[in-house]
Design a protein. Structure first.
Length: 377
């Protein structure tokens, strides 16, 4: 046997699994590799990460430049207040084959822009006064024109409904959002006006918008003039949407000493199920009346909301379907009930509020804790 036969190679020893690399031997050689592992250097890291990052930066930067150079000029620009008001003043809703003409589409877009910018509070006090004055004239003109002459023909009615109804909705909403005292009497007259040129669905929308805008104006002097018409509306209308809006409006416009409003809301609570009855109970509590206490106890109970099918929807065909109340709506109703019940000095209601301090919803917990803290002070 030769000397070479008496010595095994490092590779053989590694495969046998009974030897480990000797001190000072490169681990890569001990593992059977035939080349050394180069340690990561700064230049190698730059190649691995820096170059791809540079490429991505160039691509993103180029995209931003394209948007700035070519996209910005085509973005819609805010129009002046005079332009928006003028568009509503001259708009006649002309259509061709059932479609709005291009010029009329611009007018409706102007109406939408005006209502949204008024809501955001983008105009000065002087501009709001000007807008209110011109909008009042437009709404009064609409009421005057729909009060005179004979009923329109069927064809003209179809043409007028789309354009006139849309325009009047813009006018009512914009009128309220000016937040000026002179608009309150006009919105009240909207409630009393017959609007015979429009169908029942369109008339209802005019009333709903007017009621909502009056409720938003409850801090203005003279806003209580809407209370009596709202009570009459609540007693005469059986539409759920109309009653919901009216209950809410009365809760902020009527005074706690207005017994006529209390009686009307109590009657609605007793005669209505679901959201209408609940809204009436909330309105009563906000006015300091405990006549809706039994309903309020339910509204402050999470188990009440989570049992049964309390969420109702009605499709265009008038078919009503019921579902379990969605969690987000449960949260909203519980918080609304806490706010309303906090106006009453009733131990049973406050005990329910106390229980909600440990509710599953953090938002409900916070609202209950805030109400309890305010009561303690």
């Amino acid at each position: 046997m030769s000397v070479e036969d008496t010595h095994s190679s490092p590779t053989d020893s590694h495969n046998a699994g009974d030897a480990s690399p000797e001190p000072g031997v490169d681990p890569s050689v001990a593992d059977g590799l035939d080349y050394p592992v180069e340690p990561l250097s700064a230049s190698m890291l730059t190649k691995m990460f820096g170059v791809p990052l540079l490429i991505i930066t160039v691509i993103v930067g180029g995209a931003i430049c394209v948007v700035l150079l070519f996209g910005a000029p085509s973005a819609p620009k805010a129009h002046s207040l005079d332009y928006l008001l003028h568009a509503l003043e001259i708009s006649g809703g002309q259509r061709n084959a059932g479609m709005l003409l291009p010029r009329e589409k611009e007018h409706w877009q102007a109406g939408l822009e005006l209502t949204e910018r008024l809501k955001k509070g983008e105009f000065s006090a002087e501009q709001l006064d000007t807008a209110a004055t011109r909008l009042v004239q437009m709404v009064e003109s609409e009421m005057e024109s729909t009060s005179e002459s004979v009923a329109p023909s069927e064809d003209s009615t179809k043409q007028f409904h789309f354009s006139g109804a849309m325009r009047l909705q813009f006018l009512i909403r914009a009128l309220g959002r000016t937040n000026q005292p002179q608009v309150v009497p006009v919105l009240v007259r909207v409630l009393d006006h017959p609007w015979d040129s429009f169908d029942a669905k369109e008339r209802k929308m005019f009333l709903v918008y007017a009621v909502q805008e009056l409720a938003n104006l409850h801090t203005l002097e003279g806003s209580d003039a809407a209370v009596a018409p709202l009570i009459a509306l609540l007693e005469s209308m059986d539409d759920a949407t109309m009653r919901l809006s009216t209950c809410t409006a009365l809760s902020v416009l009527a005074s706690p000493t207005n017994q006529e409003a209390i009686d009307a809301l109590s009657s609605v609570r007793l005669s209505s199920d679901g959201e209408v009855g609940w809204s009436a109970a909330l309105a009563l509590a906000r006015l300091g009346s405990s006549s809706g206490k039994t309903t309020m106890l339910d509204l402050l109970d999470r188990k009440f909301w989570e049992t049964g099918e309390r969420y109702h929807t009605t499709d265009e065909g008038g078919v009503t379907r019921s579902y379990p109340m969605p969690p987000d709506l449960i949260r909203q109703w519980l918080m609304a009930a806490i706010d309303a019940a906090a106006n009453l000095d009733d131990m049973d209601l406050w005990e329910m509020i106390k229980r909600l301090k440990s509710d599953a919803s953090p938002s409900v917990q916070q609202r209950a804790e805030a109400a309890w803290a305010a009561r303690s002070t």
